[in-house]
Write a protein that binds this ligand. Structure first.
Ligand code: ADP
Ligand code: MG
Length: 292
């Protein structure tokens, strides 16, 4: 493509809310064969709500919620915000916590009123030897519906399972259909559990799901896609995924994301609209086809 055609195309893309930060990204994007998406905050709204609480026998539901919220008030994770919001909406005061520690991609823990409290993914609690079988059937049912189950442990005992749901963005299905129509293959990379991730991927027609990926593993997930199937564009909101944005051949940040995402990205989608990803690919291919 000539410098002029690149300038014209990046200008037209900008009018559609697609910012190419460098001209050469237009060229690289035209050769991409795979699109990988972060789930939370990219394909979904990133604002989950709490939908269910199942407590172990003898555990009071409000007490479980208070302990969970006390830990989560120190966390910035979207699941944490869902739990704190629900607790406050029930008019329950959240006590302070101490010794807070985030377990990236797994959960969080802290001391609350003299009790040791942990909340997180099944694998995080199972690694501490907690027995989650009382919640297994219900958790599986909720995950198959696309909810994310997390578990609460109090003083080394499994106390509750809490499920959150994060609505799929209204434009996500159309964005993925438009990409599929352009012949690229689609993948999802997420820290969420496999059953939930597959339920959401099925609704969106994404064939390849990489689930339970730790934040530190997202870069490697991109590398493995590149090795198997050629150049990759990764679309993410930057929470946990700045390294994946950099590792991809083209990193595409959704504009509602963090500043660090925008710095790591080659392309920025304003208004956080995933349809921009399909527009970006179409524009890049049209530009490269028009070499004069
Ligand atoms: P994503 O790829 O969706 O950004 P993360 O890597 O942030 O996922 O988290 C992966 C999983 O770890 C979550 O689905 C949840 O089970 C668990 N998790 C992480 N942080 C928390 C937290 N603060 N509270 C509860 N669960 C958490
Ligand atoms: Mg995300």
């Amino acid at each position: 493509a000539t410098p002029t055609s690149i300038m014209v195309s990046t200008g037209r893309a900008a009018e559609l809310g697609v910012l190419f930060r460098k001209g050469e990204s237009l060229q690289t994007l035209s050769g991409v064969t795979q699109f990988a998406f972060d789930k939370t905050g990219t394909l979904t709204e990133g604002r989950p709500r709490l939908t269910d609480i199942v407590t172990a026998s003898g555990v009071d539901e409000d007490r479980a919620l208070v302990l969970a919220a006390a830990v989560e008030q120190a966390s910035e994770h979207p699941i944490a915000r869902a739990i704190v919001t629900e607790t406050l909406e029930r008019g329950i005061a959240v006590p302070p916590s101490s010794h807070f520690a985030a377990l990236p991609g797994l959960g969080a823990e802290a001391m609350v009123e003299g009790q040791s409290v942990m909340i997180g993914a099944d694998r995080a609690l199972a690694a501490r030897g907690l027995d989650l079988t009382p919640f297994e059937a219900e958790a599986r049912r909720l995950a198959a519906e696309g909810c994310t189950p997390v578990y609460l442990a109090v003083d080394g005992r499994a106390a509750a399972m809490l499920a959150v749901t994060d609505p799929i963005r209204p434009e996500a299905a159309a964005a993925l259909a438009a990409l599929r129509a352009q012949g690229v293959s689609l993948a999802m990379i997420t820290g969420d559990n496999r059953v939930t991730a597959e339920a959401i991927a099925r609704r969106l027609g994404i064939e390849r799901v990489m689930a339970q990926v730790l934040p530190s593993g997202k870069l490697e997930a991109i590398r493995s896609l590149q090795q198997k199937g050629g150049p990759v564009a990764f679309v993410g909101d930057g929470i946990n995924d700045a390294p994946a944005l950099s590792a991809a051949d083209v990193g595409i940040a959704v504009g509602t994301g963090t500043d660090v995402a925008i710095e790591s990205a080659d392309v920025v989608l304003l208004q956080g609209n995933p349809l921009g990803a399909a527009r970006a690919l179409a524009i890049s291919r049209a530009t490269l086809a028009n070499i004069r």
